[in-house]
Write a protein that binds this ligand. Structure first.
Ligand code: SF4
Ligand code: SF4
Length: 135
């Protein structure tokens, strides 16, 4: 009778030990799956432009807010009175006629928009310049 009880206890212990080993394996498998998931996650290139494309309206607001034309030697007070600026986007000025220097290359808009020209106030917008080059 004692021997039977002892055997039964041993059997129970063996089952518990087996179950414990199986659990560890399952944990290891789970960890491997998680690692694989992390490896599959998309790698974002910091050089890539992650900003969504601006609408035309947003572009115009950005240009007007960042335009440095009022600091330019070609700028005239009448242009300020008329609320002008952002000529690279809107085209020629109604007031500026003399080209006595252009600081567009130093403007943040030039870099942000990839502009290559200047004197937009007297020669036309960036789109017009591009179109002229294409002719
Ligand atoms: S690039 Fe020239 S015209 Fe365009 S926003 Fe800058 S300063 Fe103004
Ligand atoms: S477009 Fe160029 S030249 Fe004309 S006001 Fe602006 S910075 Fe000066």
């Amino acid at each position: 009778m004692r021997l039977r009880k002892l055997l039964a206890m041993l059997a129970v212990l063996a089952i518990i030990a087996f179950a414990a080993c199986g659990g560890e394996e399952a944990e290891v498998e789970e960890t491997q799956e998680e690692t694989a998931e992390v490896e599959e996650t998309e790698v974002i290139d910091p050089e890539e432009d992650v900003q969504p494309e601006m609408t035309e309206e947003e572009k115009l607001v950005y240009v007007m807010e960042n335009c440095i034309c009022p600091q330019c030697p070609s700028w005239v007070p009448e242009a300020a009175e008329k609320g002008e600026g952002g000529y690279c986007a809107v085209g020629v000025s109604e007031c500026i006629v003399d080209e006595v220097g252009c600081i567009c290359p130093d403007c943040p808009v030039t870099e942000e928009m990839g502009l290559e020209w200047g004197y937009y106030c007297t020669r036309g917008s960036a789109d017009e310049m591009m179109a002229e080059e294409g002719e």
